[in-house]
Design a protein around this ligand. Structure first.
Ligand code: PLP
Length: 388
């Protein structure tokens, strides 16, 4: 194996420079654990940025990828394909109500780009309303929906105008949504912005106002989807049905994939108005088939709900002096700290636990949904050791 110093040197020398990197090379994964090059084991409460809901290298995903790799890797959507048809059927079976139309793509940002195009095509309008503190991705369309200034600022002139409203402010949303609004875009739980759940009444009010004005309600479920919050999708907690949702991250067990999903009542979009070379490729579809079926068959949605409630109670009961508030739903949890999160992430890693930031002051936990209570207790103990 390449020497660690050499590996760092090569990435720093030739990488884009766009990423701040931790001085650790992860080279192997197994269930809830990731291993570095020196053989150190970490409990991965990042799930690789919310992707590895099934943990690392789930056997069903390995098998599906291996078999499909030896069968057919690429097949453009101008042809039909068996794996893709099966995936549409499986996705349609887990989506509530008439959310049965899909456009398959390759990432979260691409799913949000597609969601915006679908909204424009379905309404013929241009106006976009998004929330302050939002994160929807880095491509120009998705970036226009992303509030965080440090991501937007260098590109401001290229970005379409978006009307930003305060998150969870019903009156502000009512005022902003007009007859010119094509789409209102929100996360059901703001992830990068600090793990802030949308109030059920807020999502209900958005639904009502969009109906009044004929605007599309887009919910970004890229981080919250596929069981993370204790329902298949986080909007279900509010008892509403959006017009369009975007998904990504956990959908394909670790392979890159995204999807736009919209209500059958709106019908298909016109031919040639959207497309993707890799979108719906059989390899990603096979991985997604295995991953989504495993989440369903292993009861991980329910498990995330029950274990998440338990874990949030455990963390709250610690009453840690360094923690201002514990927030979240299911296994999407944020601890708002009294200080900066970066040194805490470093200290947790020294305790053998990998966690994420969400903004400057929030510690974010997105453990694999397969995690046991014993393993969650290990995470809690490490947090107690560092913040107690
Ligand atoms: C991660 C994320 C995205 C962007 O997904 P990429 O695959 O990185 O493009 C968009 N929205 C939300 C809510 C996310 O968490």
């Amino acid at each position: 194996m390449m020497e660690t110093a050499n590996l760092f040197e090569l990435e720093n020398r030739h990488g884009s420079g766009a990423y701040g990197k931790r001085p650790t090379a992860l080279v192997r994964g197994e269930g809830v654990y990731a291993f570095d090059q020196l053989g150190n084991r970490y409990l991965d409460a990042t799930s690789g940025q919310g992707v590895a809901a099934l943990g690392h290298c789930h056997p069903a995903v390995i098998k599906a990828i291996s078999e499909q790799a030896a069968t057919l890797i690429t097949c453009h959507e101008s042809f039909y394909n068996d794996r893709r048809a099966e995936l549409y059927q499986l996705l349609a079976s887990i989506m509530p109500a008439d959310l049965k139309r899909f456009f398959l793509c390759n990432s979260g940002a691409e799913a949000n780009e597609g969601a915006l195009k679908v909204a424009k095509l379905l309404t013929g309008r241009d106006g976009i309303v998004a929330a302050k503190r939002s994160f929807h991705g880095r491509t120009t369309g998705a970036l226009s929906l992303t509030w965080t200034q440090k991501y937007r600022k260098p590109f401001q002139e290229w970005l379409p105008a978006v009307d930003y409203v305060a998150f969870n402010d019903i009156q502000a949303a009512r005022d902003a949504i007009t007859d010119a609004t094509a789409a209102v875009v929100v996360e059901a739980i703001q992830g990068e912005g600090g793990v802030h759940p949308a109030d059920d009444e807020y999502l209900g009010a958005l639904r009502e106002r969009c109906d009044q004005k004929g605007a599309m309600l887009i919910i970004d479920e890229i981080q919250t989807g596929f069981g993370r919050t204790g329902n298949w999708f986080a909007f279900e907690h509010a008892g509403i049905v959006p017009d369009i949702i975007s998904v990504g991250k956990a959908i394909a067990g670790g392979l890159p994939m995204g999807a736009v999903c919209w209500r059958d009542a709106h019908g298909p979009i016109d031919r040639a108005t959207h497309g993707s070379t890799f979108g719906g490729n059989p390899l990603a579809c096979a991985a997604a088939l295995a991953a989504v079926a495993a989440i369903r068959d292993e009861g991980l949605v329910e498990r995330a709900r029950v274990n998440g409630e338990w874990f949030i109670d455990e963390l709250s009961a610690l009453k840690l002096p360094g923690v201002r508030q514990v927030r979240g739903r299911g296994l999407m949890i944020g601890l708002e700290l009294r200080g900066r999160v970066t040194p805490i992430l470093k200290a947790l890693q020294e305790q053998g636990v990998l966690a994420l930031p969400a903004g400057l002051n929030t510690l974010r936990l997105l453990p694999p949904l397969i995690i046991s209570r014993e393993q969650l207790s290990v995470v809690a103990s490490a947090i107690e050791a560092v913040l107690g």
